[in-house]
Every structure is written in structure tokens, then in C-alpha cells.
Design a protein around this ligand. Structure first.
Ligand code: GLN
Length: 520
């Protein structure tokens, strides 16, 4: 394994700036790593070899000509296949979009291009970002680099696994109910859901528009801050985009890394722990609270009683919005068109045949749920009640933030589970997001960072930090402080303990493929 692939994005950026390495070398090293391990991991649905190298070459030339470049210029990145890109396919993990190419770039992709970051390819996900394991991808699941028999989280398992397996130093994800943070927790990576409106959603395929946010996936808190500042800021093409400039995050991460949290009040959310949380996950969480105390932070307990209704409210609001957003996949405008086997060729029947063939089970389940929740006669009882619960959750956050600067909880109740374990029971799958969903319902920013290995299974667990809306910088300060204390305690990054890194796997070619998971 080329040592370049082990560098953080910040360290690689410094080497590029110093002329110690070229972007072509760094990008080629990542492509080689993808070729080496992605046959097993299946983090990528598409690898963008030629374009990535061409962008890298262009950056090297500009640097040689003495042009002033962005700090991350030449640093390669992977993009979740929920985000549209010109020149590469975008599938959202669905058969219904197989072979579809977007005619425009998402705003975040434009920003990556403007910063000069080569895009390595598109990463795997649960179909239309519905799921917590990537098992709902129409193109086969992604495997967790820590244990190839286990899920990498979801829906953004591809982005998290790519970063954890050193296939990319950085990636973009989307988080509607935890799809950046929960994969971060179970793969030992950092993931951030920005404040709602902080990063443009233009060009992120809409799942639930009032909940969706694009955010960074990385191996260090500082790297997440660097990427967040690239993609954040106002976008007139997103009507919910905030006008705030996206600054101060990198500074906050650098300040946090100094390790002083005196004057910071951290609120432990009473409702996010206890029953249903794995003992090893809780044990690591308690240890981190001690570390926070040793850095001078004050720990208080806060109560958010309405959080116990968050999952129920989310699974009414998300399907409702999704059923409306996904209505555009009609067999006419995008991707797949399937004709009915017999009978008349009416528009409704073509639409029906296309959706029957193009959508997977989980997507169909949620469309049915959403259409039902929005139907006349049930609207007030289901969708209306869920919106009321959403307000109560926002009030819980307001009250909690009057007592604490940052709230903390485990990110996910358990470590990575085995393939197939939760596929038969949608409710068991939904429970993975019990700790991450409240942030989306309230629009507040959240970060997950590695929190050590659970002793029962030796797998990574995550800690979640939550801040008030527009206070994303607090996550970076507190996150970087904890990361620095962890690195001192662990003697380096948690990923140094990942088995795959200490014994690479068979070299298969990275192509669209379905790994054989023994009948799964
Ligand atoms: N796992 C959650 C769900 O299935 C979260 C999805 C997401 O954040 N995109 O809805």
C-alpha cells in the first residue's frame, strides 16, 4: 500500500504545496488502492480514472506555473452517488437510474472542481439513501473494511468505507436521518451533517427535502473542516440555503486540537443511552466523558423527552416527502423505461411497469407509507401529528442548548452488524438511527467521530456531538479536542487497528459488480 494513501487530506495538501509530491502521483496512488481492495469492499459504483488524472495533471501544471491554488487543490475525493455529476453516471443506488447521466453538476461538485479536487468516482449507497447498511443498494452491498462480513453503515456506507479503507482521503455524503454519521461510527471515520441550509442541496437527489444535507466524510476532524469550508456557503439555487458565510470551522478545529475545553459545557442526552445500546459502545462513551472532563469541560445531563417519538415522526415525514420527491421517476424523464408485458401501452401502465421493475423493496415500502400518510382523511392524524412532534423535538433542543454548548451521545446504538441480520425486519433496521434522527428533524448540525473499539467485538464505535443551528464550529472545536486526546491514548488513529490495513486483500478490478455474499 502506497504511503501517500495513508496521509490525511491536510498532510497531503501540505506535501503538494511543498512540491514533495504531485497530484497525479497522489491520485494514481488512490486509484491503485481502489484497484487493490475495491473488489472486496465495493465502495465504488463508478471509478472516474481518466477525468481524475486529467484534473490532477491540470493542477500540477498550474502549481508548476506558480498559480495560487486552494489548500485542497490536487487532493482527490470520492462522491456519494446521490449527488449529480457531469461526465459520470449517477444512479442513487437504484436500477431506475441505471446508466443515467446528469446534464448538470451539483453545486458542491462545482465547488470541488473550483477548488481543483480530482473526483475519484461515485460511491455506493442504499437505494435513494434509504437504509442503514447499504444492503438496499440495487448494485450489491458495500463491505465494512473492519470485517468483510459486516455492514459499513448506511445509507452512505460507500463513502465511509472508501475513506476507512484508504481508497480516498475524503468523501461527500448526504445525511437525511444519519447517513453520514452512522456509517462514520461503524467504520471508524469522521462524518458531519452541517446545519440545515449550510451546504447547498442543489444537485443532491432529493430524498426528504426538509431533512437532507450534504456533508464531509474524512479520517480527521480537521480534514472534515477543510472540506466543509469548500462545500459550504450560500447558493441562490437552493431556496433553503443560509446566507451565512461558511468560515471559522478550520480555525475551530485547530484551536480544539490544543486540547483545552475549559468553559465548555457538554450536555449528555439522557434519552440516548441505556436500553438497546451495546455495553461496549456505552463503556467507550463514558470514557470519553472522562476525557472531556480532563480537558476542562463541564458535563451536565440534559433531558429531551420528545426524542422517544423522533423515530416515529421521522418515518412519517421522510416517507411523505420521499413519495412526493420520487414521483418524478416515471419512466419518461429519467433512466429506465419498462413496458408492460401485455395489454395497452398507456402512460399509467408504462409508469407502473417501470416503477415495479426499477424500485427496490425498501423504496416501494416508503412510497406506500408516504402516500398513505399524506392521503385525505389520514393527513392530520399521521403527517400532521408528526410535524407537531417535530416542533416538540426542536423545543427539546432549545431547552438543552440553554444548559449546554454541545450535546453528546453515542452515534449509533451498536457496532457494525452482520449482513442479513436486520434485512427481514425493517423496524430493527430503522432503530440504528435513533440517535441521529433528532438532529435532522431540528436542522441542527451533528458530527460523529471514532470513539474506540467495543470490547465485545473489537469493532469501532462512534460518539456524536450536536450543536445549535449555525454553530457548526463548536463541533469542530470539541471534536478536535477529543480526537487529540484519543490519538494520545491510542498512539495514533483508530484506523491503524483496522485489520485490512495490516494485510491487504486480493486485487480485483473496481467495476460495477455484485460481490458474492453467500446467498445474501
Ligand atoms: N437510515 C436512515 C433512513 O433509512 C437515514 C437515511 C439518510 O440519512 N439518508 O432513512
Amino acid at each position: 500500500m502506497n504511503e501517500l494513501t495513508k496521509l490525511s487530506a491536510d498532510a497531503l495538501a501540505s506535501k503538494l504545496a511543498a512540491g514533495e509530491v504531485s497530484s497525479v502521483e497522489a491520485t494514481q496512488a488512490q486509484l491503485d488502492r481502489i484497484a487493490e481492495v475495491d473488489g472486496d469492499i465495493h465502495a465504488f459504483l463508478h471509478v472516474n480514472t481518466e477525468e481524475a488524472l486529467a484534473v490532477a495533471r491540470g493542477i500540477d501544471e498550474k502549481r508548476a506555473a506558480g498559480e495560487e491554488l486552494h489548500h485542497l487543490a490536487g487532493v482527490p475525493i470520492a462522491v456519494k452517488d446521490m449527488i449529480v455529476t457531469v461526465g459520470q453516471p449517477t444512479t442513487a443506488g437504484s436500477k431506475i437510474l441505471e446508466g443515467w447521466h446528469s446534464p448538470y453538476d451539483a453545486t458542491v461538485v462545482k465547488k470541488l472542481r473550483a477548488a481543483g479536487m480530482p473526483i475519484l468516482g461515485k460511491t455506493n449507497l442504499d437505494e435513494f439513501a434509504m437504509g442503514s447498511s447499504t444492503e438496499h443498494s440495487a448494485y450489491g452491498p458495500t463491505r465494512n473494511p473492519w470485517d468483510l462480513e459486516r455492514i459499513p453503515g448506511g445509507s452512505g456506507g460507500g463513502s465511509a468505507a472508501a475513506v476507512a479503507a484508504f481508497e480516498a482521503p475524503l468523501a461527500l455524503g448526504t445525511d437525511t436521518g444519519g447517513s453520514i454519521r452512522q456509517p462514520g461510527a461503524v467504520t471508524g471515520t469522521v462524518g458531519v451533517k452541517p446545519t440545515y441550509g449550510g451546504v447547498s442541496r442543489y444537485g443532491a437527489i432529493a430524498l426528504a427535502s426538509s431533512l437532507d444535507q450534504i456533508g464531509p466524510v474524512s479520517r480527521t476532524v480537521l480534514d472534515a473542516a477543510l472540506l466543509h469550508e469548500v462545500i459550504g456557503g450560500h447558493d441562490p439555487q437552493d431556496s433553503t440555503s443560509l446566507t451565512d458565510p461558511c468560515t471559522g470551522l478550520v480555525d475551530a478545529a485547530r484551536q480544539g486540537a490544543l486540547g483545552d475545553l475549559s468553559g465548555v459545557r457538554l450536555g449528555v442526552i439522557k434519552e440516548l443511552g441505556g436500553e438497546g445500546y451495546q455495553a461496549g459502545v456505552e463503556a467507550r462513551f463514558q470514557e470519553s466523558l472522562e476525557l472531556f472532563r480532563s480537558a476542562g469541560a463541564e458535563i451536565v445531563e440534559v433531558s429531551c423527552p420528545s426524542f422517544s417519538y423522533a423515530l416515529a415522526a421521522y418515518y412519517l415525514i421522510l416517507p411523505s416527502e420521499a413519495s412526493s420527491n420520487l414521483a418524478k421517476f416515471d419512466g419518461v424523464r429519467f433512466g429506465l423505461r419498462e413496458l408492460p408485458k401485455d395489454g395497452p401501452l398507456t402512460i399509467e401502465r408504462v409508469m407502473g411497469a417501470t416503477r415495479a421493475a426499477g424500485f427496490g423493496e425498501e423504496v416501494k415500502r416508503r412510497i406506500i407509507l408516504g402516500v398513505y400518510a399524506l392521503s385525505a382523511g389520514y393527513y392530520d392524524a399521521y403527517y400532521g401529528s408528526a410535524q407537531k412532534v417535530r416542533t416538540l423535538i426542536q423545543r427539546d433542543f432549545d431547552a438543552a442548548f440553554s444548559q449546554a454548548d454541545v450535546l453528546v451521545s453515542p452515534t449509533a446504538p451498536t457496532t457494525a452488524f452482520k449482513f442479513g441480520e436486520k434485512m427481514a425486519d425493517p423496524l430493527a433496521m430503522y432503530l440504528n438511527d435513533v440517535a441521529t434522527i433528532p438532529a435532522n428533524l431540528a436542522g441542527v448540525p451533528g458530527m460523529s467521530l471514532p470513539n474506540g473499539l467495543a470490547e465485545e467485538d473489537g469493532l469501532p464505535s462512534g460518539i456524536q456531538l450536536l450543536a445549535p443551528a449555525r454553530e457548526d464550529a463548536r463541533l469542530y472545536r470539541v471534536g478536535a479536542a477529543l480526537e487529540a486526546m484519543h490519538e494520545a491514548a491510542w498512539g495514533g488513529s483508530i484506523l491503524d487497528k483496522a485489520p485490512l490495513l495490516n494485510g491487504a486483500s486480493a486485487g480485483n478490478t473496481p467495476q460495477l459488480h455484485t460481490p458474492d455474499l453467500g446467498g445474501k
